[in-house]
Design a protein around this ligand. Structure first.
Ligand code: SF4
Ligand code: SF4
Length: 350
Protein backbone atom coordinates (compact mmCIF):
# COMPACT_ATOMS: atom_id res chain seq x y z
CA UNK A 1 0.00 0.00 0.00
CA UNK A 2 1.47 3.38 -1.03
CA UNK A 3 1.53 6.00 1.68
CA UNK A 4 2.02 9.57 0.51
CA UNK A 5 2.85 11.51 3.66
CA UNK A 6 3.33 15.28 3.37
CA UNK A 7 4.72 15.98 6.82
CA UNK A 8 4.96 19.71 5.99
CA UNK A 9 1.13 19.77 5.89
CA UNK A 10 1.00 19.08 9.63
CA UNK A 11 -0.24 22.25 11.36
CA UNK A 12 0.89 20.96 14.79
CA UNK A 13 -2.60 21.10 16.28
CA UNK A 14 -2.08 17.76 18.13
CA UNK A 15 -5.73 16.83 17.54
CA UNK A 16 -4.47 13.35 16.57
CA UNK A 17 -2.68 12.85 19.90
CA UNK A 18 -5.69 14.15 21.83
CA UNK A 19 -8.08 11.53 20.40
CA UNK A 20 -5.64 8.60 20.40
CA UNK A 21 -7.00 5.88 22.71
CA UNK A 22 -3.51 4.53 23.44
CA UNK A 23 -2.27 7.95 24.54
CA UNK A 24 -5.34 8.21 26.77
CA UNK A 25 -4.33 5.00 28.56
CA UNK A 26 -0.52 4.99 28.44
CA UNK A 27 0.13 8.74 28.36
CA UNK A 28 2.57 10.33 25.94
CA UNK A 29 5.48 8.80 27.91
CA UNK A 30 4.20 5.27 27.16
CA UNK A 31 3.14 5.91 23.56
CA UNK A 32 4.48 8.94 21.72
CA UNK A 33 1.25 9.36 19.76
CA UNK A 34 0.60 9.63 16.02
CA UNK A 35 1.96 13.15 15.55
CA UNK A 36 5.26 12.33 17.20
CA UNK A 37 5.68 8.90 15.61
CA UNK A 38 4.70 9.82 12.08
CA UNK A 39 5.46 13.52 11.69
CA UNK A 40 7.90 14.86 14.27
CA UNK A 41 10.34 12.00 14.80
CA UNK A 42 11.09 11.33 11.12
CA UNK A 43 11.20 15.08 10.39
CA UNK A 44 13.28 16.46 13.24
CA UNK A 45 15.00 13.50 14.82
CA UNK A 46 15.98 11.46 11.78
CA UNK A 47 18.70 9.64 13.71
CA UNK A 48 16.49 8.57 16.61
CA UNK A 49 15.16 5.05 16.47
CA UNK A 50 11.52 4.56 17.30
CA UNK A 51 11.13 1.90 19.93
CA UNK A 52 9.91 -1.27 18.24
CA UNK A 53 7.69 -1.92 21.26
CA UNK A 54 6.04 1.47 20.99
CA UNK A 55 5.14 1.35 17.31
CA UNK A 56 3.15 -1.88 17.85
CA UNK A 57 0.89 -0.34 20.51
CA UNK A 58 -1.26 1.48 17.91
CA UNK A 59 -4.65 -0.26 17.63
CA UNK A 60 -5.08 1.02 14.04
CA UNK A 61 -8.38 2.60 15.12
CA UNK A 62 -8.02 5.32 12.42
CA UNK A 63 -9.36 7.97 14.82
CA UNK A 64 -6.28 10.19 14.39
CA UNK A 65 -6.75 10.35 10.63
CA UNK A 66 -10.46 11.10 11.06
CA UNK A 67 -9.71 14.27 13.02
CA UNK A 68 -6.55 15.40 11.23
CA UNK A 69 -7.37 18.72 9.47
CA UNK A 70 -4.68 17.95 6.89
CA UNK A 71 -5.99 14.41 6.27
CA UNK A 72 -2.54 12.93 6.83
CA UNK A 73 -2.50 9.12 6.45
CA UNK A 74 -1.30 8.52 10.01
CA UNK A 75 -2.35 4.86 10.62
CA UNK A 76 -1.11 3.79 7.18
CA UNK A 77 2.21 5.47 7.97
CA UNK A 78 2.41 3.56 11.25
CA UNK A 79 1.72 0.31 9.38
CA UNK A 80 4.45 1.26 6.90
CA UNK A 81 6.88 1.85 9.78
CA UNK A 82 6.00 -1.60 11.14
CA UNK A 83 6.71 -3.08 7.74
CA UNK A 84 10.07 -1.31 7.54
CA UNK A 85 10.99 -2.42 11.07
CA UNK A 86 9.76 -6.00 10.69
CA UNK A 87 12.28 -8.49 12.00
CA UNK A 88 11.04 -11.91 13.00
CA UNK A 89 13.65 -12.18 15.76
CA UNK A 90 12.50 -8.98 17.50
CA UNK A 91 8.77 -9.70 17.64
CA UNK A 92 7.01 -9.60 21.00
CA UNK A 93 5.82 -13.02 22.23
CA UNK A 94 2.18 -12.67 21.11
CA UNK A 95 3.20 -11.61 17.62
CA UNK A 96 5.66 -14.51 17.34
CA UNK A 97 2.75 -16.84 18.10
CA UNK A 98 0.71 -15.35 15.25
CA UNK A 99 3.53 -16.09 12.80
CA UNK A 100 4.03 -19.62 14.19
CA UNK A 101 0.30 -20.39 13.99
CA UNK A 102 0.09 -19.17 10.41
CA UNK A 103 3.11 -21.24 9.38
CA UNK A 104 1.74 -24.33 11.15
CA UNK A 105 -2.03 -24.15 10.68
CA UNK A 106 -2.69 -21.45 8.08
CA UNK A 107 -4.68 -19.65 10.81
CA UNK A 108 -3.62 -16.80 13.10
CA UNK A 109 -4.74 -18.74 16.17
CA UNK A 110 -4.13 -22.30 17.33
CA UNK A 111 -7.14 -24.50 16.48
CA UNK A 112 -9.05 -25.47 19.63
CA UNK A 113 -12.35 -26.69 18.29
CA UNK A 114 -11.34 -28.27 15.00
CA UNK A 115 -12.30 -27.08 11.55
CA UNK A 116 -15.91 -26.22 10.99
CA UNK A 117 -18.13 -27.35 8.18
CA UNK A 118 -16.49 -26.51 4.87
CA UNK A 119 -18.26 -26.71 1.57
CA UNK A 120 -18.97 -25.01 -1.68
CA UNK A 121 -22.48 -25.69 -2.91
CA UNK A 122 -22.81 -26.24 -6.62
CA UNK A 123 -25.43 -23.55 -6.96
CA UNK A 124 -23.44 -21.05 -4.85
CA UNK A 125 -23.30 -17.51 -6.20
CA UNK A 126 -21.16 -15.95 -3.49
CA UNK A 127 -18.55 -17.11 -0.95
CA UNK A 128 -18.75 -16.78 2.79
CA UNK A 129 -15.27 -16.33 4.30
CA UNK A 130 -15.60 -17.10 8.05
CA UNK A 131 -12.20 -15.82 9.29
CA UNK A 132 -10.04 -17.36 12.03
CA UNK A 133 -11.85 -16.01 15.12
CA UNK A 134 -15.37 -16.91 13.94
CA UNK A 135 -14.26 -20.40 12.98
CA UNK A 136 -12.32 -21.26 16.11
CA UNK A 137 -13.02 -18.92 19.02
CA UNK A 138 -16.34 -17.06 18.84
CA UNK A 139 -17.91 -19.91 16.85
CA UNK A 140 -21.46 -18.66 17.43
CA UNK A 141 -20.67 -16.10 14.70
CA UNK A 142 -19.96 -18.84 12.16
CA UNK A 143 -23.11 -20.79 13.08
CA UNK A 144 -25.34 -17.71 13.17
CA UNK A 145 -24.01 -16.40 9.85
CA UNK A 146 -24.62 -19.71 8.08
CA UNK A 147 -28.15 -19.91 9.53
CA UNK A 148 -28.95 -16.30 8.67
CA UNK A 149 -27.70 -16.59 5.10
CA UNK A 150 -29.85 -19.71 4.69
CA UNK A 151 -32.90 -17.96 6.17
CA UNK A 152 -32.30 -15.03 3.79
CA UNK A 153 -32.07 -17.47 0.87
CA UNK A 154 -28.54 -16.38 -0.06
CA UNK A 155 -26.88 -19.00 -2.30
CA UNK A 156 -23.48 -19.13 -0.68
CA UNK A 157 -20.58 -21.54 -0.32
CA UNK A 158 -17.57 -21.73 2.00
CA UNK A 159 -14.20 -22.21 0.30
CA UNK A 160 -12.35 -25.40 1.22
CA UNK A 161 -8.87 -25.00 2.73
CA UNK A 162 -9.07 -21.25 3.05
CA UNK A 163 -6.27 -19.64 5.07
CA UNK A 164 -6.09 -16.55 7.30
CA UNK A 165 -6.83 -13.37 5.28
CA UNK A 166 -3.51 -11.93 6.50
CA UNK A 167 -4.90 -9.02 8.55
CA UNK A 168 -2.82 -9.93 11.65
CA UNK A 169 0.31 -10.10 9.47
CA UNK A 170 -0.29 -6.62 8.09
CA UNK A 171 -0.55 -5.37 11.69
CA UNK A 172 2.86 -6.78 12.60
CA UNK A 173 4.50 -5.66 9.34
CA UNK A 174 5.01 -9.11 7.76
CA UNK A 175 3.90 -8.33 4.22
CA UNK A 176 5.82 -11.22 2.64
CA UNK A 177 3.78 -13.83 4.50
CA UNK A 178 0.64 -11.81 3.81
CA UNK A 179 1.34 -12.05 0.07
CA UNK A 180 1.65 -15.88 0.26
CA UNK A 181 -1.69 -16.13 2.11
CA UNK A 182 -3.30 -13.84 -0.44
CA UNK A 183 -2.15 -16.04 -3.33
CA UNK A 184 -3.38 -19.21 -1.59
CA UNK A 185 -6.80 -17.71 -0.85
CA UNK A 186 -7.27 -16.30 -4.34
CA UNK A 187 -6.57 -19.75 -5.78
CA UNK A 188 -9.14 -21.26 -3.42
CA UNK A 189 -11.76 -18.62 -4.19
CA UNK A 190 -11.70 -19.94 -7.77
CA UNK A 191 -14.50 -18.60 -9.94
CA UNK A 192 -16.00 -16.46 -7.16
CA UNK A 193 -15.46 -12.69 -7.20
CA UNK A 194 -17.96 -11.84 -4.49
CA UNK A 195 -17.21 -12.53 -0.83
CA UNK A 196 -19.19 -12.11 2.39
CA UNK A 197 -17.29 -11.80 5.65
CA UNK A 198 -18.41 -11.54 9.25
CA UNK A 199 -15.21 -9.86 10.41
CA UNK A 200 -14.46 -6.20 9.62
CA UNK A 201 -10.74 -7.11 9.78
CA UNK A 202 -11.13 -9.63 6.92
CA UNK A 203 -13.37 -7.22 5.00
CA UNK A 204 -10.75 -4.47 5.27
CA UNK A 205 -8.02 -6.89 4.26
CA UNK A 206 -9.85 -7.98 1.10
CA UNK A 207 -10.30 -4.47 -0.20
CA UNK A 208 -6.85 -3.26 0.85
CA UNK A 209 -4.81 -6.22 -0.37
CA UNK A 210 -6.95 -8.52 -2.55
CA UNK A 211 -8.46 -5.91 -4.85
CA UNK A 212 -11.92 -7.26 -3.98
CA UNK A 213 -15.03 -5.44 -2.83
CA UNK A 214 -16.37 -7.73 -0.10
CA UNK A 215 -19.66 -7.40 1.74
CA UNK A 216 -19.98 -7.49 5.49
CA UNK A 217 -22.78 -9.82 6.69
CA UNK A 218 -24.71 -6.81 8.02
CA UNK A 219 -24.97 -5.39 4.48
CA UNK A 220 -26.35 -8.70 3.17
CA UNK A 221 -28.91 -9.03 5.97
CA UNK A 222 -29.98 -5.39 5.67
CA UNK A 223 -30.65 -5.93 1.96
CA UNK A 224 -32.55 -9.17 2.67
CA UNK A 225 -34.75 -7.37 5.20
CA UNK A 226 -35.40 -4.54 2.75
CA UNK A 227 -36.50 -7.10 0.14
CA UNK A 228 -38.76 -8.81 2.69
CA UNK A 229 -36.80 -12.05 2.77
CA UNK A 230 -36.20 -11.82 6.55
CA UNK A 231 -38.47 -10.77 9.40
CA UNK A 232 -37.97 -10.63 13.15
CA UNK A 233 -39.92 -12.02 16.10
CA UNK A 234 -39.80 -10.26 19.48
CA UNK A 235 -37.89 -11.53 22.52
CA UNK A 236 -40.07 -12.74 25.40
CA UNK A 237 -39.13 -9.69 27.50
CA UNK A 238 -37.95 -6.36 26.22
CA UNK A 239 -34.17 -5.95 26.01
CA UNK A 240 -32.09 -2.78 26.11
CA UNK A 241 -29.08 -2.98 23.82
CA UNK A 242 -26.21 -0.62 23.07
CA UNK A 243 -24.20 -0.86 19.85
CA UNK A 244 -20.42 -0.63 19.82
CA UNK A 245 -19.18 0.94 16.56
CA UNK A 246 -16.03 -1.04 15.68
CA UNK A 247 -13.21 1.11 14.31
CA UNK A 248 -12.78 -1.12 11.27
CA UNK A 249 -16.43 -0.66 10.34
CA UNK A 250 -16.88 3.00 11.24
CA UNK A 251 -13.63 4.30 9.79
CA UNK A 252 -12.49 1.76 7.22
CA UNK A 253 -15.22 -0.32 5.56
CA UNK A 254 -17.91 2.34 5.93
CA UNK A 255 -20.10 4.10 8.49
CA UNK A 256 -23.24 3.21 6.49
CA UNK A 257 -22.92 -0.33 7.89
CA UNK A 258 -23.41 1.08 11.39
CA UNK A 259 -26.66 2.72 10.16
CA UNK A 260 -27.73 -0.62 8.69
CA UNK A 261 -27.00 -2.35 12.00
CA UNK A 262 -29.29 0.16 13.75
CA UNK A 263 -31.99 -0.45 11.10
CA UNK A 264 -31.81 -4.19 11.76
CA UNK A 265 -32.08 -3.68 15.53
CA UNK A 266 -35.05 -1.35 15.07
CA UNK A 267 -36.80 -4.12 13.11
CA UNK A 268 -36.87 -6.36 16.19
CA UNK A 269 -39.94 -5.66 18.32
CA UNK A 270 -39.27 -5.11 22.04
CA UNK A 271 -35.58 -4.37 21.47
CA UNK A 272 -34.83 -0.89 22.79
CA UNK A 273 -31.65 0.83 21.67
CA UNK A 274 -29.78 2.92 24.21
CA UNK A 275 -26.88 5.12 23.14
CA UNK A 276 -23.33 4.80 24.36
CA UNK A 277 -21.65 8.04 25.26
CA UNK A 278 -18.79 7.51 22.81
CA UNK A 279 -19.94 4.60 20.62
CA UNK A 280 -16.93 4.58 18.27
CA UNK A 281 -14.33 4.69 21.04
CA UNK A 282 -11.77 1.97 20.33
CA UNK A 283 -12.15 -1.16 22.51
CA UNK A 284 -8.51 -2.19 22.02
CA UNK A 285 -9.35 -5.30 19.99
CA UNK A 286 -7.48 -4.35 16.79
CA UNK A 287 -3.99 -3.67 15.50
CA UNK A 288 -2.49 -6.84 16.97
CA UNK A 289 -2.57 -5.17 20.41
CA UNK A 290 -4.47 -7.99 22.18
CA UNK A 291 -1.71 -10.43 21.19
CA UNK A 292 1.18 -8.01 21.69
CA UNK A 293 0.11 -5.89 24.66
CA UNK A 294 -2.75 -7.71 26.42
CA UNK A 295 -2.72 -5.40 29.47
CA UNK A 296 -3.16 -2.30 27.32
CA UNK A 297 -5.96 -4.01 25.34
CA UNK A 298 -7.68 -4.99 28.59
CA UNK A 299 -7.59 -1.41 29.90
CA UNK A 300 -9.19 -0.14 26.68
CA UNK A 301 -11.85 -2.88 26.84
CA UNK A 302 -12.57 -2.07 30.49
CA UNK A 303 -13.15 1.58 29.65
CA UNK A 304 -15.62 0.52 26.93
CA UNK A 305 -17.48 -1.88 29.23
CA UNK A 306 -17.78 0.84 31.88
CA UNK A 307 -19.38 3.09 29.24
CA UNK A 308 -21.78 0.24 28.40
CA UNK A 309 -22.74 -0.21 32.07
CA UNK A 310 -23.33 3.54 32.45
CA UNK A 311 -25.62 3.52 29.38
CA UNK A 312 -28.09 1.23 31.15
CA UNK A 313 -27.92 -1.41 28.40
CA UNK A 314 -28.57 -5.05 29.28
CA UNK A 315 -26.25 -6.15 26.47
CA UNK A 316 -23.46 -4.48 24.55
CA UNK A 317 -23.57 -5.64 20.92
CA UNK A 318 -20.33 -5.70 18.95
CA UNK A 319 -20.33 -6.51 15.22
CA UNK A 320 -16.71 -7.71 15.17
CA UNK A 321 -15.15 -10.99 16.41
CA UNK A 322 -11.94 -9.27 17.58
CA UNK A 323 -13.90 -6.70 19.61
CA UNK A 324 -16.03 -9.46 21.17
CA UNK A 325 -12.97 -11.49 22.16
CA UNK A 326 -11.31 -8.52 23.81
CA UNK A 327 -14.45 -7.11 25.49
CA UNK A 328 -15.23 -10.52 27.01
CA UNK A 329 -11.94 -10.40 28.89
CA UNK A 330 -13.56 -7.76 31.12
CA UNK A 331 -15.59 -9.19 34.00
CA UNK A 332 -18.28 -6.51 34.07
CA UNK A 333 -21.35 -6.28 31.80
CA UNK A 334 -22.53 -8.59 29.05
CA UNK A 335 -21.25 -8.62 25.47
CA UNK A 336 -22.91 -10.36 22.53
CA UNK A 337 -21.75 -10.51 18.95
CA UNK A 338 -24.21 -8.59 16.75
CA UNK A 339 -24.93 -11.28 14.12
CA UNK A 340 -25.40 -13.94 16.80
CA UNK A 341 -27.93 -11.69 18.56
CA UNK A 342 -29.86 -10.91 15.36
CA UNK A 343 -30.04 -14.59 14.41
CA UNK A 344 -32.03 -15.49 17.55
CA UNK A 345 -34.95 -13.33 16.37
CA UNK A 346 -34.64 -13.62 12.58
CA UNK A 347 -37.07 -15.74 10.62
CA UNK A 348 -37.43 -16.51 6.95
CA UNK A 349 -40.23 -14.41 5.47
CA UNK A 350 -43.03 -16.83 4.47
S1 SF4 B 1 -4.74 4.74 14.70
FE1 SF4 B 1 -5.70 5.02 16.72
S2 SF4 B 1 -4.28 4.04 18.17
FE2 SF4 B 1 -3.16 4.36 16.25
S3 SF4 B 1 -2.13 6.28 16.52
FE3 SF4 B 1 -4.06 6.71 15.48
S4 SF4 B 1 -5.51 7.22 17.13
FE4 SF4 B 1 -3.73 6.22 18.09
S1 SF4 C 1 -3.96 16.16 13.62
FE1 SF4 C 1 -2.81 16.21 11.69
S2 SF4 C 1 -2.22 18.36 11.52
FE2 SF4 C 1 -2.80 18.08 13.67
S3 SF4 C 1 -0.85 17.51 14.72
FE3 SF4 C 1 -1.83 15.61 14.09
S4 SF4 C 1 -0.86 15.12 12.11
FE4 SF4 C 1 -0.51 17.31 12.51
Amino acid sequence: MNVALRTSDCIKCSACNTVCPVVSIDGISGFSGPRNLVVDLPRFFAGRMISSQEIFKCTTCWKCEEVCPSSLPLPDSILRLREMMFNEKNLVEGHKRIVENIDRYGRSIEPQLGERMVYVKHEAEILYFPGCISEMRVTSIFDATVQLLEKADVKFGIPANWVCCGAPLEKIGDLNRLESLREMNLMRFGRFDEIITSCPGCTTQFFRHYDRDPLHTIEVLWEATRKNRLKFKPPRNSIRVALHHPCHIKRTIGPQIIDQAYDLLQSIPKVKIVELEDPDKCCGGGGGVVAGFPDLALKLATSKMMDACRSGADILLAPCPFCVLNLRRVDIGRVEEFITFINVYAEREA
